[in-house]
Every structure is written in structure tokens, then in C-alpha cells.
Design a protein around this ligand. Structure first.
Ligand code: TYD
Length: 199
């Protein structure tokens, strides 16, 4: 079973992915908790360096690098675990490329082509929070030293990301969970939504 968490930055998807993994492990399931960009593969390391570099890379380079990292992720982590009958939980997957790389100006068709061969998740959970809530969390996490203007731009970007996720959720049948409440309340919603998938 392949489960993906998606959501805007500050939505709490990482916390929810971890809570679900812990819950399933307590139930005696074998779980692999993973994420994109990858943490332990060379492609992920390279990608994070690229994203941090001052010389802003061309959007196509970024899309190709995310796809390259995803290819390693699929071949080295996701597929072996699925073959072994384990539950894979990934924080972000190709939906992130569809959302973020098209917002960087690339055609959706191009992104779909790059990602066409990767396995489709059995269930994608979208942790949905309004952009102002997400931004408050991001700023709190960063100890509140962002400028006001920067935050305004950031909120507008988050709004567009959230909008694209909501469209994908309808098109592809995501489980949409209201992420505004505390971690435990959101986790309960995730668990009850997953009952429909036999978990
Ligand atoms: P990360 O530092 O992991 O942020 P977060 O904790 O919010 O997930 O970096 C992920 C960033 O990369 C995030 O802003 C979304 C972006 N991203 C893409 O643009 N395309 C992709 O395919 C993926 C997986 C992530």
C-alpha cells in the first residue's frame, strides 16, 4: 500500500505522515516513512543544493532534477518496500511537481510526461489549510523574523499552491483533510478516512 501526503508548506503534512506511520507500526504493520526531496539519496542531496544555490536554476532543470530524485526514490526505496508487502508513506510525491513546477511556468503536459512511469499512489491525503494559517506556522517556526512584504508575497504564492492542490484533489480523488485543528484532531480524521482503504 502506497500512501502519499501532500499540502502547502506549513500544512502539517510531515507531522501527519509521522503520526500515521507510528499508528500503523503500533498496529503491527511494517511501514517505510519517506519523503521528497529525498534525504538519504545522492539525487536528493544534489537537488537540495541546487534549490539553495544563489544562481537560480531554470525551471526545467528543477523539474528534471525532481524527476531524477523521484526515479531513485521509486527504484531504491518505494518499489522494494511495496514488493516486500510494506506500507510506504511518502511526504510529497509527483503531485508536488504538478503543482509547484507548473506554477514556475512549465506546461502540465511536460510534467505529466516526466512522471508518467512512476507508480500511482493507492491513496493521496491532502492536508488542507488556509494560506494565512500555514504562513503563521511557517513564521512561528522561523521565529518570526520574515519581513511583512515578503510574507504578503509568500501568502499569495501559498494561496495559488493551495488552489492547485484543491483542483488536483477533485480530479484525482484525494482524501482531503481539514488541517486547521491540532495534530491529534487532524490525525483522527486521517485514520478514519483510511478505514475506507482497509487500514
Ligand atoms: P522541503 O524543504 O522538504 O519543504 P517542505 O517541508 O515544505 O516539504 O522542500 C520541499 C520544497 O520543494 C517545497 O517547497 C516544494 C518543492 N517541491 C517541488 O517544487 N517539486 C516537487 O516535485 C517536490 C517533491 C517538492
Amino acid at each position: 500500500m502506497f500512501i502519499v501526503f501532500e499540502g502547502i508548506d506549513g500544512s502539517g503534512k510531515g507531522t501527519q505522515a509521522r503520526m500515521l506511520a507510528d499508528y500503523l507500526i503500533r498496529q503491527g504493520r511494517k511501514v517505510v516513512l519517506t519523503e521528497e526531496p529525498t534525504k538519504d539519496l545522492f539525487t536528493g542531496y544534489f537537488l537540495r543544493m541546487l534549490l539553495r544555490s544563489k544562481d537560480v536554476p531554470d525551471p526545467k532543470t528543477v523539474a528534471l532534477m525532481f524527476a531524477a530524485d523521484r526515479n531513485e526514490h521509486v527504484k531504491k526505496v518505494i518499489e522494494p518496500a511495496l514488493r516486500a508487502g510494506e506500507i510506504v508513506i511518502s511526504e510529497r510525491y509527483y503531485w508536488s511537481s504538478i503543482v509547484y513546477q507548473t506554477l514556475q511556468g512549465l506546461d502540465e503536459e511536460y510534467i505529466l510526461q516526466l512522471n508518467a512511469e512512476f507508480p500511482k499512489p493507492d491513496v493521496t491525503i491532502l492536508i488542507d489549510v488556509p494560506e494565512d494559517v500555514a504562513l503563521q506556522r511557517i513564521v512561528a517556526r522561523a521565529h518570526g523574523n520574515d519581513g511583512l512584504v515578503q510574507n504578503f508575497e509568500r501568502q499569495e504564492f501559498l494561496r495559488r499552491v493551495r488552489e492547485r492542490y484543491s483542483e488536483l484533489a477533485v480530479q484525482h480523488g484525494f482524501v482531503v483533510v481539514d488541517g486547521r485543528k491540532g495534530p491529534t484532531a487532524v490525525h483522527k480524521q486521517v485514520v478514519s478516512a483510511l478505514r475506507a482503504y482497509g487500514l
